[in-house]
Design a binder for this molecule. Structure first.
Ligand SMILES: Cc1ncc(COP(=O)(O)O)c(C=O)c1O
Length: 381
């Protein structure tokens, strides 16, 4: 969390703990603060404050958008998405698939990019919604959201995009972007975990997912998570202020990390579309080693990364994203993702560059598929 965010939130956990729905001044003053935060989120998106709904997280925003779209078009039973979505979209679509909806999971190419002709061919009279992520959380690829949105607008088909990875990393202007609904999540832009937002364009038919009280103008029931909403507003203000500077800084750090690691570790590669991706994410594969083993060794040095093979997140399935991209088995298993933020330093990057090659070498010596750093096979089962 950004320290400025924490400072902004603190009074709302102590002094100003009234309920914004109350009639008295104690609650009313909080209501005003929530509206200020809503304006800050809207400003970051190039949206109108009325188009912003606060939710509990990115997953809730995604589920709400998809459910709202299918409820708004009861006669339509087809949803289009991609094979590389976050589980918040992918598993919700699979869930609807089990309930009788027809789901098209669009394939991606080796770089993780979509083929627009495939996408257009998948559209039909029965399509209620297209939900395609703005940028991928594992490899950082950015999808052509504007092009997709224009095609859908012409055909009057609802378009939702999961922009959880994007906010504060690249500019987004919904005033120009043909998107009907967009999800974001606080903890990706230095707000707390457990706060999110859903943008719903004015005029879009909307059905609430959480039904109950009249909060969020009847669009999302539940007493507001006031402090986190204030935190999200502050985080959006910071993102607006820092965006240009951060894009340059993060790409510089990422490029330095990639260039050096590829140079120092043979049989390594970047996964994703290097011509169109977020500045802060890099997904690297080191052949013949296990991503989890790399993570555990990195952890001993205080370096936190995540693995593409998802074992660390409780599943033995290798990454669905890298599989959809057709990355070879040995490279999928040795993939790790580094994601950077404004709080990472050049010294930290240098430390990673110093440590990773030794770890890869050491693990390859243990691997039955291993090669030494000259590419010679070192062991065979
Ligand atoms: C692309 C994407 N969508 C959705 C989510 C889910 O967000 P949350 O954890 O706030 O529910 C994430 C979280 O990492 C994500 O990266």
């Amino acid at each position: 969390m950004a320290p400025e965010v924490f400072d902004a939130m603190q009074p709302f956990l102590t002094e100003f703990y009234g309920n914004p729905s109350s009639m008295h001044t104690f609650g009313g003053q909080i209501h005003r603060k929530i509206e200020e935060a809503r304006s800050s989120v809207a400003k970051l998106l190039g949206a109108d404050p009325e188009e912003i709904i606060f939710t509990s997280c990115g997953s809730e925003s995604d589920n709400t958008a998809i459910m709202s779209a299918v409820e708004s078009a009861p006669g339509k039973r087809h949803i289009i998405t991609t094979r590389v979505e976050h589980p918040a979209v992918r598993n919700f679509c699979k869930h609807l698939g089990r309930k009788g909806y027809r789901i098209t999971f669009l394939p991606v190419n080796h770089q993780g990019q979509l083929n627009i002709d495939d996408f257009v061919k998948a559209l039909d009279e029965d399509t209620a919604l297209v939900t395609i992520m703005y940028a991928n959380n594992e490899v950082g690829n950015i999808f052509p959201i504007e092009e997709i949105g224009e095609i859908l607008r012409e055909r009057r088909i609802l378009f939702h995009t999961d922009a959880v990875q994007v906010m504060g990393k690249i500019p987004v202007n919904l005033d120009k972007l043909p998107v009907d609904m967009l999800s974001l999540s606080g903890h990706k832009l230095h707000a707390p975990k457990g706060i999110g937002s859903l943008y719903v364009r004015k005029g879009t038919r909307f059905h609430p997912y959480l039904i109950g009280g009249h909060q969020e103008r009847g669009r999302r029931a539940g007493t507001e998570n006031v402090a986190s909403i204030i935190g999200l507003g502050k985080a959006c203000e910071l993102a607006i202020k820092n965006l240009d500077k951060e894009i340059k800084y993060l790409s510089m750090l990422r490029d330095k990390l990639e260039v050096k690691l590829l140079e120092l570790c043979p049989d390594s590669r970047i996964n994703g579309d290097v011509s169109r991706r977020l500045p802060n994410t890099t997904n690297l594969s080191f052949e013949y080693v296990e991503g989890e083993a790399i993570l555990l060794r990195l952890n001993e040095f205080g370096i936190c990364a995540s693995s593409g093979s998802a074992c660390s997140s409780g599943s033995l399935e290798p990454s669905h994203v890298l599989r959809a991209m057709g990355i070879p088995f040995t490279a999928i298993h040795g993939s790790i993702r580094f994601s950077l933020s404004r709080y990472n330093t050049e010294e930290e990057i240098e430390k990673v560059i110093e440590i990773v090659p030794g770890i890869i070498k050491e693990l390859r010596l243990l691997s039955p598929f291993g090669r030494d750093n000259l590419g010679q096979k070192i062991a065979c089962p």
